[in-house]
Structure formats: structure tokens, C-alpha cells
Unconditional design. Sequence first.
Length: 36
Amino acid sequence: NEETCPAAELKKLQAKNEKLQGELTKVEKCLHGLPG
């Protein structure tokens, strides 16, 4: 059944989410480093 979310898909999405969180943190640090 394609409507259920298999564990493998969930793991893949979680990994992608972690990567995006890392990118977001990097960008936020960059922005906070900018002068006023």
C-alpha cells in the first residue's frame, strides 16, 4: 500500500531534515555574523 509511510522512507526524510537543519544553522550563523 503506497499510502503508508514505510520506515525506510521515514529514515530518508529524517536524514534530509537533519541536513536541512544543518544548512539552516550555517546560514543563521552567517547572518548573525553580519554587522547590524
